[in-house]
Write a protein that binds this ligand. Structure first.
Ligand code: 4AD
Length: 485
């Protein structure tokens, strides 16, 4: 009816018929694109809002009736809060159940319910998709254990904790871009399929064609893998564009089901030229962790609070302490001396030359009053070929790990070996000179000191939120013996 009215008014006032279609289209777009998310509705000022509101489709979280009035809680993932919808019980469609999808048309009114300033008084409640409450796995207002939710990867985003997680992930992604963009870094998309094993640890997934019509067993003519790190590709770009970063999926075929390992995870990686000391790197990493955290706390404070209240009580203190402190720096040699003095506390006995185990990392962080701790200058034997040999002790390299409370290693980085002959020698000793000929070119053709780091995005979220298991901070976790959906 309203459209007809607009049309006739238009036909009476418009001098020429040429804009008939655009007006019609604009009208339709306005009517249907002005439907509002729950977050939009909750932000409205009740005194300034007149006329009816149409909501976006949302899902019923809870239903209750009182004295002939029905109350629905609707959530559409746009914010932590649900929108309360009220209507006469006899005006509610019979198909309304928890879990069904609905669209509401109604007016904003002041709410009498505690904790709600406004609610939507419904004129129309339209059930879009029904839901059998006997089969739906969630009950209203119930809390579920993470193990249970993990069994339902296709539905767990309907749960309030996981919904918060998704908004926090989004905010952390934006914060990452903001951090680097504010400093004039160039965002680069590094490849997912690659022919190199950047870390040299052999934890690669091979890529093969499953297309039976492709005769060539070796699709790319060379063995191809899912990337373990975008670093080497970033180095190429840094050697022409100075400061670059990427946020990409990375893959590791580690046979580990541990609470901090995934087969597919996201890594924030940066590469910067003119990085000459390990402190250049540690400062950037510290700034990144603090600034990103500040941003997420500001943008998604309610979502983060939910975690700190329900999942990890007391964890906020660790985060606040991290934001205020200067991160500690200790050399690998000093760290080993400290660990050796406490050798009786460890299953894996520490010695100079050993890789740090989680138990060692946890001890070191705890020793420094549960604040983030950089370990620098590792033995070259336990770091990848690209790490720069230290001038004053060639058996060590300028590499850095950042250890954080509750997790252990969050970041790994290094200065890169920029000296052509030293790099060639190292590659030769490892039998890698032919494979990495192109990598040596970056040194042959205008080498420049540079360095970078990689931060495990899921481990960062675990640290921020106090989540015990990494599988609960990624929408669809992949790990040994599990690739659901
Ligand atoms: O220490 P890593 O192996 O460093 C690199 O890959 C470098 N090439 C990065 C660079 O310098 N550009 O990995 C970096 C971080 C780790 O500190 C850890 O947080 C995370 O990636 N990580 C994992 N996260 C989840 N599951 C796994 N299996 C992980 N392996 C590493």
């Amino acid at each position: 009816m309203a459209m007809t009215g607009v049309f006739s008014l238009f036909l009476r006032t418009c001098p020429a018929p040429v804009t008939l279609f655009p007006l019609t289209k604009a009208y339709i777009i306005r009517k249907y694109c002005t439907s509002k998310s729950v977050s939009d509705v909750l932000k409205l000022d009740i005194l300034q809002t007149t006329g009816n509101i149409i909501t976006n489709p949302g899902w019923v979280q809870a239903i209750r009736s009182h004295k002939g009035i029905c109350f629905l809680d609707i959530n559409d993932g746009s914010c932590i809060d649900s929108l309360q919808v009220v209507a006469k019980s006899d005006a509610m469609p019979d198909e309304i159940t928890i879990g069904c999808s609905v669209q509401i048309e109604g007016s904003l009114v002041r709410s009498k319910s505690p904790g709600q300033s406004s609610e939507l008084k419904a004129d129309i409640v339209k059930v879009i998709g029904e839901c059998n409450p006997q089969e739906y796995p969630f009950k209203p207002k119930a809390r579920y254990h993470a193990d249970f939710l993990r069994q339902l990867p296709h539905l767990r985003s309907r749960n309030n904790i996981f919904s918060s997680l998704l908004r926090i992930r989004n905010a952390a992604t934006i914060a990452t871009h903001k951090f680097f963009q504010d400093r004039d870094f160039l965002n680069v998309h590094t490849p997912i399929i690659t022919s190199n094993d950047c870390e040299g640890a052999g934890e690669l997934f091979a890529v093969k064609s499953a297309n039976t019509k492709v005769e060539d067993v070796n699709f790319f003519n060379v063995p191809a893998y899912l990337t373990v790190s975008g670093q080497l590709h970033l180095e190429c770009m840094a050697c022409s564009h100075s400061k670059v970063y990427t946020i990409g999926p990375t893959f590791r075929a580690e046979n580990s089901k541990s609470r901090k390992h995934l087969s597919e995870f996201y890594m924030v990686e940066a590469e910067i030229i003119n990085t000459k000391t390990i402190e250049d790197l540690t400062q950037l990493i510290e700034d990144f962790v603090k600034e990103t955290t500040q941003h997420v706390l500001e943008e998604r404070s309610e979502d983060v609070c939910l975690f700190h209240k329900q999942v990890a009580p007391g964890h906020r203190e660790i985060i606040d302490k991290m934001l205020k402190c200067n991160f500690n720096i200790i050399s690998y040699t000093e760290a080993i001396a400290l660990l050796e003095k406490n050798s009786d506390k460890f299953i894996n006995k520490p010695f100079w030359g050993c890789d740090l185990n989680t138990e060692h990392e946890v001890f070191l962080v705890h020793y420094f009053d549960d604040t983030p701790t950089f370990v620098v200058n590792f033995p070259s034997e336990i770091k990848a070929f690209y790490a720069r040999e230290n001038d004053d002790s060639p058996q060590t390299v300028s590499a850095v790990d950042l250890l954080v409370p509750g997790i252990g290693e969050l970041v790994g980085g290094s200065l890169r070996e920029e000296r052509t002959t030293v790099l060639e020698e190292k590659l030769k000793n490892n039998g890698l000179l032919d494979v990495y000929d192109w990598y040596v070119d970056l040194r042959r053709f205008g080498s420049v000191p540079h360095g970078g780091f990689g931060l495990g995005f899921e481990r960062y979220l675990q640290f921020l939120l106090g989540v015990e298991n990494i599988k609960d901070v990624i929408p669809f976790p992949r790990f040994t013996h599990s690739c659901r959906l």
